[in-house]
Design a protein around this ligand. Sequence first.
Ligand SMILES: NC(=O)c1ccc[n+]([C@@H]2O[C@H](COP(=O)([O-])OP(=O)(O)OC[C@H]3O[C@@H](n4cnc5c(N)ncnc54)[C@H](O)[C@@H]3O)[C@@H](O)[C@H]2O)c1
Length: 230
Amino acid sequence: MTSLESSPHAVPGGAGPAKQIPPAAVARLTIYLRALTALLAEGVDRVSSESLAEASGVSPSTLRKDLSHVGSYGTRGVGYDVQYLNRHIAAALGLTHDWKVAIVGAGNLGRALARYGGFESRGFEVVAIFDADQMVVGSEVGWLRVSDAANLEPVLQRTGANMAVLALPAAVAQDVCDRVIAAGVRSILSFAPVVLQVPPGVNLRKVDMATELQILAYHAQRAQDPAGTD
Ligand SMILES: NC(=O)c1ccc[n+]([C@@H]2O[C@H](COP(=O)([O-])OP(=O)(O)OC[C@H]3O[C@@H](n4cnc5c(N)ncnc54)[C@H](O)[C@@H]3O)[C@@H](O)[C@H]2O)c1
């Protein structure tokens, strides 16, 4: 099984084997990208490592170390060229590709994700949404119409989807995951509360808000009772 959690990110391009970026740095690079995109929108041309680090909630030394993975160094006293760095990080993260996202499961979560307008501006186009419930198939979600999950394979191929989001009940997630992979999709984000198996060459990421809340609860409890006297 492979996943982005366990395998470092490969920087595309260049001669020889792709350079690997540690997973934690990949996660922070997406944060720098968001900060740089905001600066671009404000018309800012240059940014110091201190300002970019502050806007991203990291220390300047972490920022400089992370940026060294994408081979990009600022000029002392001049800072970083915002547009250049934005493009450079996007390329290293593979975000200059055309990512076409299919959402499987048009329930509460799938519909909310399909309606969210923020993906497009970050390079992700939602091209299809599926459901197995015939009461839901054919209904409108934003500008999309819900496709029948029975037609998963042909619709994935027709729309050119190369990423899938699973917003399904746990019981059906593995079966749908296998079908999505058999249809040629290699990048999967799952919200289903179940461990999924994928073959080598497929990147799987899992979002688990309940786990994140439990971690937050643990830290909140520690902050209230640092000595652990409960
Ligand atoms: N990870 C998280 O943070 C998080 C947060 C919320 C929900 N979830 C999980 O996400 C999933 C979706 O949540 P929800 O609230 O949208 O549930 P929901 O019941 O509203 O929607 C699930 C949808 O999947 C459809 N479905 C069932 N089998 C299918 C199949 N084989 N093919 C296609 N569609 C199928 C159902 O008809 C339904 O419309 C659940 O597993 C839930 O536990 C995860």
